[in-house]
Design a protein around this ligand. Structure first.
Ligand SMILES: NC(=O)c1ccc[n+]([C@@H]2O[C@H](COP(=O)([O-])OP(=O)(O)OC[C@H]3O[C@@H](n4cnc5c(N)ncnc54)[C@H](OP(=O)(O)O)[C@@H]3O)[C@@H](O)[C@H]2O)c1
Length: 285
């Protein structure tokens, strides 16, 4: 099955390609999702049966001051790809986010829970989902959360949360980390595996895919240093104290009902995934 991979040099893109080197990798230099005509020419040439779109504008705070790039990539980019996919008869796999939820719930969100984004980024991603649902029945929309992968996040300067915490600890900086935002941090290798597993099932629609369990960013950080046996000046704080421009959900743990419905196994726990990531990075034996 010929599959085009957009955002091939991102964190998730790199892991998808690692697991399946037969994917046709496309970086922004090959295909920019905001340029509909050029994107159509490139994809028509490849003529894939499946297009995987990992692209996003996700500098969440920047989106509040200037929403245009977020809507260009996350909404119109998704629309462009849905229209192209329809034209060439391909299915579209599109990655979305837990930030489509308000975070007011205290129990995990299922795919049927109503979205209510509280940030420009979340709104632009939800609008992208809606465009795809409206235009193309053959879609997989995969919401995930708190991604980290060995390639590092391109939007965040080739780093990710885990590496940035370790880097700051190595500089002996005291760390204050938010303890009132609960999520499931997710290793992109695990997410990539599951994405590749669902595609052949052709059970189109919305999916929540994350590692299992839940924790706050503070608990996640504490676990990083516990595993690495590093002594760090780490203390909990609240989201309000950070005064960031974009509002983040206080609780955005996702239930995996669509996976369960297909009889597919849940992903391993976030603790096991973190250990595997640290081993892959050569930080743990
Ligand atoms: N990171 C998270 O914590 C998180 C959480 C939940 C959901 N997600 C979603 O998961 C997906 C993958 O995230 P990630 O962490 O792997 O991001 P990433 O490392 O920043 O990768 C995104 C990729 O998209 C490319 N891209 C950006 N704008 C593009 C455009 N206009 N046309 C084509 N390609 C473009 C980037 O290339 P350049 O960098 O060269 O522009 C990069 O290769 C995104 O859809 C994101 O919204 C992420």
């Amino acid at each position: 099955m010929k599959t085009a991979l957009i955002g091939a040099d991102g964190q998730l893109g790199c892991d998808l390609l690692k697991l399946d080197p037969t994917l046709t990798p496309l970086t922004i230099k090959d295909l920019n999702v905001t340029r509909a005509d050029e994107a159509e020419t490139v994809l028509q040439e490849i003529n894939p049966q499946v297009i995987i779109n990992t692209s996003a504008f996700h500098r969440v705070d920047d989106c509040e001051d200037d929403p245009a790039p977020a809507f260009a990539v996350n909404t119109y980019g998704a629309r462009n790809l849905a229209l192209i996919a329809k034209k060439i008869g391909a299915a579209l796999v599109h990655i979305s986010t837990d930030y489509v939820f308000s975070g007011d719930k205290k129990t995990p969100y299922s795919e049927t829970d109503p979205a209510d984004p509280q940030s420009v980024y979340g709104i632009s991603k939800l609008a992208g989902e809606k465009m795809i649902e409206y235009l193309l029945p053959e879609h997989f929309i995969v919401r995930s959360s708190g991604l980290y992968g060995t390639a590092g996040c391109l939007e965040k300067g080739k780093t990710n949360f885990v590496e940035s915490m370790i880097g700051r600890a190595e500089k002996r900086q005291p760390l204050k980390v938010v303890d009132d935002e609960i999520l499931t941090p997710t290793y992109t290798l695990d997410l990539a595996k599951k994405i590749l597993e669902i595609i052949p099932r052709r059970s189109y629609g919305l999916y929540h895919i994350t590692n299992s369990g839940e924790c706050s960013w503070y608990q996640f950080t504490k676990k990083i240093f516990e595993l690495l046996k590093m002594k760090v000046d780490l203390s909990p704080t609240t989201g309000d104290q950070f005064k960031s421009k974009a509002k983040r959900p206080k609780y955005s743990v996702l239930r995996h009902d669509h996976l369960k419905h297909l009889g597919l196994e849940n992903l391993r726990s976030w603790e096991e995934a973190l250990k595997a990531y640290l081993k892959e990075k050569g930080r743990l034996k």
